[in-house]
Design a protein around this ligand. Sequence first.
Ligand code: SF4
Length: 401
Amino acid sequence: MIDALATKVRGGGRLDRAEALELYLRAPTSLLGRLADEVRARKHPEGIVTYIIDRNVNYTNVCIARCNFCAFYRPVGSSEGYVLGFEEIFRKIDETIALGGGQLLLQGGHNPDLPLEWYEDLFRAIKERYPTFRLHALSPPEVVHISRLSRLPVPQVIERLVSAGLDSIPGGGAEILVDRVRKLLNCYNKATADEWLGVMRHAHEIGLRTTATMMYGTVETAEERLEHMFRLREVQDATAGFTAFITWSYQPDHTELGGQEATGVEYLRTLAIARLVLDNFDNLQASWVTQGGKVGQLSLAFGANDMGSVMIEENVVRAAGASYCMDEIEIVRNIENAGFAAKRRNMHYEILGDPIFRERAVPRMLELAVARADGDTSRAPEVVNYPARSATEKKARLTGH
Ligand code: SF4
């Protein structure tokens, strides 16, 4: 059976659910890796592995969704809650540009006191100041949250965000796109599987490109991981709007759910089966932020053709106990040591050029930046320009605390 499936993959055949499950559960890891590598080489015969220089900025950690696998969020009114001010975000953009970056990956908690107008004003302010800078922003559950807050349908919210400067949508918040799992993770209410996919379908239909992600290793079965991939494959068949798929393992430290992290071998097997199932996705990213540089490098032999982002700032994975730092020099070293040519790209996977540090001097990043320095509890000056929705924020404004 495994041999027949390997022959089918090598002949370019499409796996169905039962076939994918058989390979995922029973094929030797070395065979899964070889098959994924062959598919990767068919799609990317030029021997290039790409990466992007961008900055992952979390504009707020205040969140009403309360997913039980998340160590990042703070409830409304928490003394550790923050919203970044526009000037703080501009400074982060300046630092990103100094490192050769041209994009922010902007995501945050579901903050009830930030209405749609706050996002529009932020995006417009960024585009006015940095006209060519790209905004890869707001995962589908954030879009759903803004749609509920503003009582506007999702398509209208996306259209308004695009008019304000949104360039593309990151695939965060997908976790596992099966509602049984989402209910157990307390993330069904933030967005059901259909709502997540619906945001992406709409975005693709109006010409936006997006990524897709999967966080595995909580309460889901192997069948449910594959169901997630098949649902993505169906949308991609219809729209061709996903640029890439990124998977990572659940990071359990400091979360309500707790538990153990999946092993590196499980990561490589999951990445490899994704390369085989997602035959209509061009790009698979290696997730070295959760797996570390070495497993990240090994990913390039298990189906990945991209090393993701040079990490400048990270807050979410760090809150759950893991976070590796690699600047451009390190990323390029990992790619070249694995036998590939390293090239910089943009979000559309267009090649921008060779490593920037070979063209000009860039500061080294040996430590990840954070959203805010420890002990900085300043309030973003813009927030009071928008009506408060939460009782806590209304009271804080009345009492000045
Ligand atoms: S994963 Fe996102 S939506 Fe869920 S609690 Fe954390 S910040 Fe909120």
